[in-house]
Design a protein around this ligand. Structure first.
Ligand code: HEC
Ligand code: HEC
Length: 331
């Protein structure tokens, strides 16, 4: 009898706890009866600190007290990934609204998806990454966040394989970037509904689904081709040079500045714009149409390469915007 009432009391206190904007989404989902994901880690501040250094600087002091080797000689993770929210509405992955948001919040506009909320996503390297590269490594990464971290360390950043503790450290850091209910932009009324419905286990499943309607559970990725006629460009789209300027500054210059990861240095000189402009219509990897849709591959002896932009990261309209800006500045 005693035993039963104790259980009853713990159950009651749990449901009586009021969820607010700072409650982590994962805690809500667990309380609603969801199984923890495979990549779940409880808060581990020391390990997360190591992970943060690995992500931002490529190395850290490991658990053995020694300085670790750089993961990559060429990049850090933040060369290609943000750490902040980058979409004003988490349900929609749209590069045009993201560009406006990036500009307002002083963020670069990059090929890789933000690490913010990455632990709340349910698959990685989605859509065309699986379809077009569909080998075993991508398949595994698609289903497993630890494998995604490892794949990107080796393939995207052209680095060495990460050790198990390093992957756990990055994962522990990722958990510090998980969504809270505030990130989901729940209204006061939404929060009230959640706090009421949680007391009724019969509603758990529908509440779980309802919560998922506030954010995208994957980062979608679809590839596209260069236009068949580069003189015409992407048919029917008229470029806006003002938006092109934002793309140039928040994206291209992030890597192609004088201290950037590429040998190919761009700036605001007419020389830069003229070089780009002359190549636009050419069959060359210097053509905007080619470099954006296909990126470059790493060549032996020179490892850095440029990842291409899926349509959710820079779309055809934006390529035309960039072209319009480059053409205007080359005059
Ligand atoms: C040269 C650019 C580049 C660098 C450097 C880089 N990444 Fe990536 N990463 C990408 C691109 C491009 C994708 C695929 C698009 C995307 O994010 O979904 C990706 C995807 C990922 C994903 C899956 C994201 C998802 O939701 O699909 C993870 C996890 C990841 N990277 C981890 C890392 C880690 C950890 C590092 C540093 C050790 C790193 N990346 C460095 C470009 C890069
Ligand atoms: C995440 C970093 C990154 C971003 C963002 C980026 N690039 Fe690159 N880009 C590279 C790297 C690395 C190379 C490989 C060449 C090298 O290392 O010199 C490259 C190569 C190129 C090349 C071919 C140069 C050559 O020497 O072969 C062009 C042209 C180019 N980028 C244009 C652009 C434009 C235009 C943008 C903006 C839409 C852009 N890049 C955004 C990293 C980046």
């Amino acid at each position: 009898m005693m035993f039963i009432s104790l259980i009853w009391i713990t159950e009651r206190t749990r449901t009586l706890e009021i969820w607010n904007t700072s409650t982590p989404l994962q805690e809500v989902q667990a309380a609603l009866g969801e199984e923890r994901p495979e990549h779940y880690l409880p808060a581990m501040p020391d390990l997360a600190k190591m992970g943060e250094e690995l992500v931002k600087t490529g190395r850290t002091i490991g658990p053995d007290g020694k300085r670790s080797k750089y993961i990559s000689k060429h990049y850090v993770c933040t060369t290609c990934h943000n750490l902040e929210l980058e979409d004003p509405d988490l349900r929609i992955s749209d590069p045009e609204t993201r560009l406006t948001f990036a500009k307002e919040n002083n963020l670069p506009f990059l090929q890789g998806t933000t690490f913010k909320g990455i632990v709340n996503r349910e698959s990685w390297y989605n859509d065309d990454y699986v379809k077009k590269y569909g080998d075993e490594k991508i398949e595994r990464a698609h289903e497993n966040l630890r494998e995604s971290i490892q794949l990107c360390a080796i393939e995207c950043s052209q680095g060495r394989p990460m050790k198990d503790w390093e992957i756990e450290a990055v994962l522990a850091y990722y958990w510090t970037l998980q969504y809270t209910l505030e990130d989901l932009k729940l209204t006061e009324a939404n929060l009230q509904k959640l706090n009421t419905d949680k007391n009724d286990p019969a509603k758990n499943e529908s509440t779980q689904a309802w919560l998922r309607s506030f954010y995208n559970t994957i980062s979608p990725a679809h590839f596209y081709d260069a236009p068949p006629d580069k003189n015409v460009g992407y048919e029917g789209l008229v470029g806006d040079p003002a938006k092109g300027k934002d793309l140039y500054e928040l994206s291209c210059l992030h890597c192609h500045n004088a201290d950037g990861v590429s040998h190919y240095v761009l700036d605001n000189s007419s020389l830069s714009f003229r070089h780009l402009e002359r190549k636009i219509t050419k069959d060359s990897h210097f053509s905007l149409y080619q470099i954006i849709a296909y990126g470059t591959y790493s060549i032996p002896g020179h490892k850095p390469y440029m990842p291409h932009y899926p349509e959710e990261r820079m779309n055809k309209q934006q390529v035309e915007d960039l072209r319009a800006y480059v053409e205007m500045m080359a005059k």
